[in-house]
Design a protein. Structure first.
Length: 134
């Protein structure tokens, strides 16, 4: 049986203010988004988003990646990818991969590393934040 998801990929450029978090939550609910792929998260506490679970690649970088899913979706095998710039997981049997490839000449070396095949490290920095109930 084929499953369809509404997926959004958002570079939030360091969303930090409560007002912007509320705007984000309104967007997710208005468009009935099932899976959201975030890049450049600087405020990793997204637990205030009702009816969603978040998996964050909480690495050493200030700006990280995350996957947000509706609470009813089953997420397994969440893994960080190289340079704290990516995260992958299996959602209801489908691999979802979120990679942030920074732009600019000074980040060229980092982009090259992201292009190489990689095995996720065994020292996993993924943090699951349980959903907030209504």
């Amino acid at each position: 049986m084929t499953q369809a998801y509404r997926v959004a990929a958002l570079n939030v450029n360091g969303i930090t203010f409560a007002t912007r978090l509320r705007m984000l939550e309104e967007f997710l609910h208005k468009h009935d988004i099932d899976i959201t792929l975030f890049q450049e998260i600087t405020h990793p506490d997204l637990s205030t988003l009702r009816n969603y679970n978040v998996h964050i690649n909480q690495g050493t970088k200030v700006r990280v990646t995350a996957i947000l899913t509706k609470a009813e979706l089953t997420v397994t095998n969440a893994k960080p990818l190289s340079l704290d710039r990516g995260i992958a997981s299996i959602i209801n049997g489908t691999w979802i991969i979120n990679i942030y490839a920074p732009s600019g000449a000074e980040k060229k070396a980092e982009r090259k590393i992201l292009q190489r095949p990689t095995t996720p490290p065994t020292n996993c920095n993924i943090r699951h934040v349980p959903r907030r109930r209504l």
